[in-house]
Design a protein around this ligand. Structure first.
Ligand SMILES: *[C@@H]1O[C@H](CO)[C@@H](O)[C@H](O)[C@H]1NC(C)=O
Length: 203
């Protein structure tokens, strides 16, 4: 038994080295044009391809035709949208006259919480994806980190839905405004999650 099991060590090391060199290869940068074509092709498999391309193409230079960097970028862009909505909700809570027997105010308060959490979740996801770009991240650690990032981005979508649902029984201008913004962020989140999902379906 002993000689057999001792052969596993070097084999595992070889596999890890192979995986490391493959992930290092994906970091080799192409030209911006290649990167744009890469972004276009990747975006085509998302639910909102036009929004995907228009929101990500301006950062093509930071993508280097790398699917991990693209998913990272899409998540970063989503964080920007979520933060924008979160601060909008805060300012509405400070300034708007909310009626509806307190129901509108309650829905707004719940949204402030769920969207604040959504920002944190998306940040956790982005930081996890960022760690994937380290050449030392290989094998099962990649799968584990991608899975964490997917879980957190799915939770962001759930939080967006929770905010929208909270306004279901509170029709009015505020509902239209908040739910419209959430619907918009939802598309960014969906796209980022789709690009994240591609990381595991590609491998
Ligand atoms: C995402 O945001 C982080 C933090 O701001 C930044 O360091 C990183 O380069 C960004 N990633 C991409 C692919 O743009």
């Amino acid at each position: 038994m002993a000689p057999k099991s001792s052969a596993i060590g070097p084999l595992l090391l070889l596999l890890l080295l192979l995986a490391a060199s493959v992930s290092a290869l994906t970091l080799v940068s192409g030209s911006d044009g290649d990167s744009l074509a890469f972004i276009k092709k990747s975006c085509d498999s998302t639910l909102y391809p036009d929004l995907c391309f228009s929101s990500l193409s301006r950062y093509a230079a930071s993508v280097h035709s790398d699917p991990i960097r693209l998913a990272w970028l899409a998540t970063n862009v989503t964080i920007g949208r979520l933060r924008y909505i979160s601060s909008h909700i805060s300012s509405v809570r400070r300034t708007a006259v909310v009626g509806e027997g307190g129901r509108e105010a309650a829905a707004l308060k719940d949204c402030a919480e769920t969207m604040g959490d959504a920002v944190d979740l998306a940040r956790s996801s982005a930081s996890e994806i960022g760690k994937l770009t380290a050449p030392s991240t290989v094998g099962t650690e990649i799968a584990w980190r991608v899975s964490n990032a997917q879980t957190w981005m799915s939770a962001v979508m759930t939080n967006e839905d929770t905010c929208t649902d909270g306004f279901a029984a509170v029709p009015g201008r505020l509902k239209t405004d908040i739910c419209g913004r959430i619907r918009w962020a939802h598309k960014y989140t969906s796209n980022a999650l789709a690009l994240l999902n591609k990381l595991v379906s590609n491998r």
